[in-house]
Design a protein around this ligand. Sequence first.
Ligand code: FAD
Length: 305
Amino acid sequence: MCQGELSRGATKFSELGAGAVLSPNSQRAMQLIDPRIFEGFQRRAAFGVDPPDENGIFPWMTMTKGQSLDIGEPVMQWNHEIRGSTIHRAHFLDELAELIEPNHAHFGKSVTKISENGDDNPIILNFKDGTTAEADLVIELVPDHGTTLGWSIWEMPPAPTYYKGRVAIMGDAAHASTSYQDAGAGQTIEDSLVMERLLGKYFDPEREKVHALDTVETTHLIFQAFGTVRRHRSQKFQTTSSETGRILTGAEPGVSMKAADMSKRMDGRQDWMWNYDQEMQVKDAMLIFEEVEWSRARNAANSSA
Ligand SMILES: Cc1cc2nc3c(=O)[nH]c(=O)nc-3n(C[C@H](O)[C@H](O)[C@H](O)COP(=O)(O)OP(=O)(O)OC[C@H]3O[C@@H](n4cnc5c(N)ncnc54)[C@H](O)[C@@H]3O)c2cc1C
């Protein structure tokens, strides 16, 4: 989620000076990946100062019409039981960097090429500095274009798949979106949760001892399960984010620039995204993996009987 140079010279991420709103679903995903990530977020985030209402609900985002004829009329009011907050990206990255075990990350590297030459060979990564590395699987977080070029905001068309062979994409590389719902990083954190749980469970050496799939088959199945659960949600977000942009700029057919009209279309627009059962998403992905794994084991047993 960082932009600009990665360096760990001794050990440092660098980042553009922008802030990010990390929505309630992003915060829950952080907690589920590792409570220490959420603790770091809480240490560095700036929290809204408005008190909650009588039901304990905090205001998050308020938008009013800035143009005549109905200037000052409400367009949008998003609220949540979690207090609204924003964080400077560099501060968040500092907290993440603290959690990386030494020798588990190499900074200041720029990938120029990824080559997969058959399942029996490792994937080769070429770097700009002339060095290479070998990998069993690769997860790309680098959009083919960066999402911001000058003041243009770009989005990707819906990708038909999030993996090919042993190379998967996630984050903006998979579903770069417009920024009208302040949630692209949140989708990236949700991706990380699902991928982290799948990799952790199915590459656990104890489990590998009793299951028949090899590294390549396990990788394919993890990526398949990941893509199946993540594509729908992240691409729905791309679609609604674009639509939000069109509504707020008067470009959505059938929605006038009257505050009341825009407000009707903005109402509840974030609910599905903010209030989501993330554990269920992980369970769904694991179910997909295990159903295929089980049917392969059954077929293998039948054919050897
Ligand atoms: C104006 C704007 C405002 C936004 N506001 C919000 C917000 O408030 N809340 C929110 O949730 N989201 C927001 N987003 C979206 C959010 O910034 C992205 O969705 C998020 O940064 C995606 O994270 P990522 O890790 O996938 O990609 P990135 O953050 O783009 O990270 C990719 C990294 O890969 C590095 N890299 C590039 N090429 C190579 C290479 N060849 N080799 C090695 N490394 C490379 C890059 O330097 C970068 O560090 C906003 C986006 C924009 C444009």
